[in-house]
Design a protein around this ligand. Structure first.
Ligand SMILES: C[S@@+](CC[C@H](N)C(=O)[O-])C[C@H]1O[C@@H](n2cnc3c(N)ncnc32)[C@H](O)[C@@H]1O
Length: 308
């Protein structure tokens, strides 16, 4: 890093943006980041309090001592493998900024597919019902940061349909629910989502027309070989048991009582779990239908489960 002129050995004094970026990226490259320059840009933009574009566009701009110190500390954290999203406290998902910290999984871009499918499903059902008299009930099981529930509600608001749904977001982690609630309030959909601390679904829940879930699906024996940033995320959000499908399987088992007649479950799965989920549904729910939706890369991503 740029040598501090105040002699403290820890902080940085005012420096040029371009120099800080170069030095930070170099440090991160050495520590194994796969995206050192991008990480440095995001962390400097965060320290200065501007957008990344401004940082990239103004290499000669001076950075004050406080911001330079914040940036140096952020680079140190990142060099231990900590994800940029936890350091910034923010992750963009489905066009929205979500608060994130170590209490929750960092929402992944592939989960946007689940939100898109859910939005289309809700709109289709509302259209088919004509004039709605009762809200359409949706569950987001294992809500984490609230990514799916909040992004769905925000998408429905843009389509003038948010008042026609009632979303229940659950998690087994109280800490995660605190983050999800903050995100719902921040995106002005707190009144459309109720939160429940429970194992999968509340025991006496009413039936849902749509059950959404991105539950943990990493096989327990693969947990130790996850990339370093992932080791900062909660084990509870990742470990899916011996075959990766323990939690999803338990949810599938509950669908007959949780899903209203004609209801559907959309369950995110791992890219190598397409065949396993179809086999699991056939075993647990004979006579039900399970098809697998692919992501943009052509990989299995979301299982669609419904009564035949
Ligand atoms: C893979 S993370 C997904 C978080 C969020 N839905 C997303 O897509 O970013 C899985 C979440 O499920 C929660 N979870 C794990 N087991 C659960 C259970 N038995 N019941 C409810 N939630 C559970 C975890 O705490 C975690 O927040």
């Amino acid at each position: 890093m740029t040598e501090p002129a105040d002699g403290s050995g820890t902080g940085l004094t005012a420096a040029r943006t371009g120099d800080l970026l170069r030095d930070g990226a170099e440090r991160l490259r050495g520590s194994g980041s796969e995206t050192p320059r991008l990480d440095a840009e995001l962390l400097l933009a965060h320290a200065v309090g501007v957008g990344r574009t401004a940082i990239v566009a103004h290499a000669d701009a001076p950075v004050g001592a406080d911001a330079a110190r914040t940036y140096a500390a952020a680079i140190e954290r990142r060099s231990t493998g900590e994800p940029v999203a936890y350091i910034r406290g923010i992750k963009e998902f489905h066009g929205l900024a979500f608060f994130v910290d170590r209490r929750v999984l960092i929402p992944r871009p592939e989960t946007e597919r689940l939100v898109e499918l859910a939005t289309a499903e809700v709109m289709h059902r509302l259209g088919a019902r004509g004039r709605a008299y009762e809200p359409l009930r949706v569950a987001d099981v294992g809500t984490g940061s609230g990514a799916v529930a909040v992004a769905l509600a925000a998408a429905l608001r843009r389509l003038n349909a948010v008042d026609a749904v009632e979303i229940t977001a659950t998690d087994i982690s109280d800490d995660a629910l605190d983050v999800a609630k903050a995100n719902a309030v921040a995106h002005a959909v707190g009144d459309r989502i109720s939160f429940a601390l429970t194992d999968l679904l509340p025991p006496s829940a009413e039936e849902f027309e749509l059950v959404l879930a991105n539950l943990p699906y990493v096989r327990s024996d693969a947990m130790s070989s996850l990339p370093p940033p992932t080791t900062f995320e909660p084990t509870l959000a990742l470990d899916g048991g011996p075959d990766g499908l323990e939690r999803i399987g338990r949810l599938v088992d509950r669908l007959p009582s949780a899903l209203a007649g004609g209801g559907v479950a959309l369950l995110e799965i791992g890219a190598d779990q397409g065949e396993s989920i179809v086999a699991l549904v056939a075993e647990l729910l004979p006579g039900w239908r399970c098809s697998v939706e692919l992501d943009l890369g052509g990989l299995p991503r979301v299982a669609r489960v419904e009564r035949s």
